[in-house]
Design a protein around this ligand. Structure first.
Ligand code: 87F
Length: 324
């Protein structure tokens, strides 16, 4: 049996069991491996290179829209989380805590960041004094930890990589504009770089993040007909500025609360790529994020058989595809 067909045989038919097809593909193509701790993943070099392309493309867009990258600590004092207790309530079971160092119990528990609103707002409260300090347009590339019960590589893992944008504005209008601007950055990126069809829109009152006044999401369409949330953008209004006391002296000289946003995308995008482009031969990646670029050039195409051979190489005989 030709080697290629043998290889294909090792991948479950996507029309038979899509979830198993996904797992077969990511393991066989050496994108990922399971970490020793349940729910964790090892991002192998092939997948990390895809992530680097995603970072380059997003960074270019973030910079173009005036944002700068920064880095905040991954350990957050437990008391910060309690400050916005109402927002965190539903998430509490997912939060990983550091209670000991060596044999000694810490005087205050530490949260391993599941998201960075609290620690970033703490800094913003110190940094914002007058209207001249605004807007603040900061993005962070980081790992985050959320102790999830059911996990799948790239789609839901206890630790993942992401970017989180956190911005501060003088007016509600400016913050609302930022929320939608970044949602549009995600949409344009998903369609033009990842070549994935997406739907963007406002989430319902029930679906939105409790800390936000409005949450917008980007749903990416997968080959099994399901959608996958691949990005979110929140308008916080003054919810966080009131909880963290972030005020500025306006041009008129009075003290006002700031208006904020946050927005994020993660390594889940790699999962979306696989599920939007793969087929029964395995992985297929759009050129802008593919680590390996293969171009078939039929030289002397006028000669008989050349084009046919090129076509045969592109789509090997005997392989089944997803039919697109
Ligand atoms: C899990 C544990 C604790 C999501 C959590 O969507 C807190 C949270 O606040 C939590 N899971 N969230 C909401 C995150 C909001 C927001 N943060 C920046 C984003 C995008 C990036």
């Amino acid at each position: 049996m030709p080697k290629q067909e043998q290889f294909v045989k090792e991948i479950t038919d996507m029309n038979v069991d899509f979830a198993r097809w996904y797992t077969d593909v990511i393991l066989k193509t050496e994108l990922v491996d399971y970490g020793p701790v349940k729910g964790t993943m090892i991002i192998r070099p092939y997948a990390y290179e895809i992530w680097e392309h995603i970072q380059e493309e997003l960074n270019a867009r973030f910079k173009k829209t005036g944002h700068k990258n920064a880095y905040f600590p991954m350990f957050i004092p437990y008391s910060y989380l309690v400050k916005e207790a109402e927002h965190v309530e539903g998430f509490a079971p997912e939060v990983a805590l550091v209670t000991h160092v060596g044999n000694e119990e810490l005087p205050e528990k530490l949260v391993v960041r599941p998201t960075s609103e609290t620690i970033i707002c703490d800094s913003y409260a110190k940094w914002v004094k007058s209207w001249r300090d605004l807007p603040i347009l900061i993005n962070q590339w980081a790992n985050v930890v959320r102790w999830e019960k059911t996990t799948r590589p790239f789609l839901r893992t206890s630790e993942f990589l992401w970017q989180e944008g956190h911005t501060v504005h003088e007016t509600p209008e400016e913050a609302q504009e930022e929320t939608l601007k970044m949602l549009e950055v995600y949409r344009e990126f998903a369609e033009n770089v990842l070549a994935i069809p997406v739907l963007v829109g406002r989430k319902s009152e029930k679906e939105k993040f409790a800390g936000a006044q409005a949450t917008y999401g980007m749903e990416a369409m997968m080959l099994d007909g399901k959608s996958l949330q691949a990005g979110t953008s929140h308008y916080f209004g003054d919810n966080f500025s009131k909880a963290f006391d972030i005020k500025y002296a306006s041009k008129e000289g009075d003290l006002k609360y700031v208006y904020q946003t946050s927005w994020g995308t993660s390594t889940r995008m790699i999962g979306a790529l696989i599920m939007a482009h793969g087929d029964n031969r395995g992985l297929a990646l759009p050129p802008k994020v593919a680590p390996i670029q293969a171009i078939i050039i039929p030289i002397a195409a006028h000669k008989g058989g050349v084009n046919e051979k090129a076509e045969e190489i592109r789509a090997p005989v005997g392989s089944s595809t997803n039919g697109r």
